[in-house]
Design a protein around this ligand. Structure first.
Ligand SMILES: [Zn+2]
Length: 447
């Protein structure tokens, strides 16, 4: 990483939290809290991780609540009282589960938590035991040093994010909403990481929007019969046509407020032009992050599952398909109508729907995030962006909580950060962890 600190930059602030964050991250990775999404193969890794976090919080004096939504699905919540108890609380949430990892593909064992070559290695290092460790380190420091934030801060460590939060954030929102009743805003994954613009400047991408996750379950019905007969009411033909039309549909470019302000800000910083007729091409010049941005330019509908028939010479009366749709903020109603129109008559659609999010990139909390970043990195330029996937912020949004992706990391320019999510050799730079801990420390003193 080039050393570009100006003489005016703040001196490195060494704290108890920065001293212990690396060890916390490494220890968290050693719990195999793998979430396969299949209740039969999930062990108690999430519960073990949550219990470890609970212990670390109680060691410094927090009163915690530990809740299992189902055996092995642990969740921990606690609260740090602020100076102004009337103001709405800030929620910091992080998931303790990780996706599976095949050890044979890795340079180090994915659950070793090895600290070597300047990195902490292992599954969860960037998604998202890094942020869990930074949050835990700062929570511990504030409590043990008696530091009082300006308002209440709620810490929540939850299971099951990698499978939609059914047994984690969504479950807590359904059954324990009172724990978060006074929270107005939240921070969590995925955002706050840097992209190097040049030696002196880095853009920090803060998530201010998320695409919605909308699974369309299609069901065609027709006339059952013998496969040898002429049948112009065949459910298999009907579903195949519908899936084919959806899968090859060219959804139009749709500019949302967040993507517009991302492109404007990047233009301001780099001079790059983003002409509408070559948006994807010009965005590609941004490097690996272009994969994320390109996915936020339009709605998508991707067929993923088909189910029909049970014998070669029997025409079934029904045929089904699932289409994984991702929806931009502001276009939900229109999108449903559009899908119904594309699939055509004779197809029943039921939706599994997690709505998109878009929150303002302004206001005191956003200013506090920006200030915390620029205090630690004078070359920081915070930029809002939209996440193409979903996070637990969607669950907490059901309680009216405005969620941001802010897990601050100053990254070395050569690191392809996006590829580390769910990737082989997932790892996080030690310096990024201590940087992020200092940023969070500043944010919480000023939130
Ligand atoms: Zn995650």
């Amino acid at each position: 990483m080039p050393d570009t600190e100006s003489p005016a930059s703040q001196p490195i602030q060494r704290t108890v939290a920065t001293d212990e964050v690396v060890q916390l991250c490494s220890e968290l990775i050693r719990f195999e809290s793998v979430n396969t999404g299949d209740p039969d193969t999930i062990g108690d890794g999430e519960a073990q991780t949550a219990r470890y976090i609970q212990q670390k919080l109680e060691d410094v004096g927090y009163e915690t609540i530990y809740i299992e939504s189902a055996p092995g699905r642990g969740n921990v919540v606690c609260r740090l009282e602020g100076a102004d108890r009337v103001r709405g609380a800030l929620l910091i949430h992080g998931h303790v589960d990780v996706v599976p990892a095949d050890a044979s593909e890795w340079t180090v064992h994915p659950f070793s938590g090895a600290v070597q070559d300047g990195y902490v290695w292992g599954r969860g290092a960037v998604d998202m035991k890094d942020m869990v460790a930074m949050t835990l380190a700062v929570a511990r420091e504030f409590k043990s040093s008696g530091i009082v934030p300006p308002r209440d801060v709620i810490f929540a460590f939850v299971s099951d994010e990698e499978a939609g939060g059914t047994w984690g954030a969504q479950w807590l929102v359904d059954f324990y909403p009172e724990l978060f009743a006074d929270a107005t805003e939240a921070i969590s994954e995925v955002g706050g990481f840097s992209i190097t613009l040049d030696d002196a400047r880095r853009a920090y991408l803060v998530a201010a929007a998320e695409k919605g996750v909308a699974w369309a379950h299609l069901k065609a019905t027709g006339r059952a019969g013998h496969g040898s007969m002429i049948n112009d009411d065949n459910a298999v033909t009907r579903i195949a046509n519908a899936v084919s039309r959806l899968g090859s549909y060219d959804f139009p470019l749709t500019m949302t407020a967040t993507v517009r302000s991302f492109l404007d800000k990047i233009h301001e910083l780099t001079g790059l032009e983003f002409p509408e007729d070559d948006l994807a091409g010009s965005i590609a010049k941004l490097g690996p992050v272009s994969r994320i941005v390109n996915a936020t330019l339009r709605n998508t509908a991707t067929p993923t599952m088909l189910k029909a028939g049970y014998k070669a010479n029997v025409i079934p009366s029904t045929a089904e398909a699932t289409v994984d749709c991702r929806v931009l903020p502001g276009s939900e109603e229109h999108f449903r109508e559009q899908i119904a129109e594309i699939v055509g008559d004779g197809i029943e659609i039921t939706w599994t729907w997690q709505p998109p999010l878009e929150v303002p990139f302004e206001g005191p909390l956003v200013e506090a995030m920006k200030d915390a970043l620029t205090a630690e990195d004078p070359g920081a330029h915070p930029v809002p962006y939209m996440l193409s996937g979903g996070t637990d912020n969607k669950a907490f949004a059901r309680l009216g909580i405005a969620g941001y992706g802010f897990s601050p990391l100053r990254l070395p320019p050569e690191l392809d950060f996006a590829s580390l999510f769910h990737g082989v050799d997932e790892r996080v730079p030690v310096e990024s962890l201590t940087f992020g801990t200092r940023v969070l420390d500043r944010l919480l003193r000023n939130c």
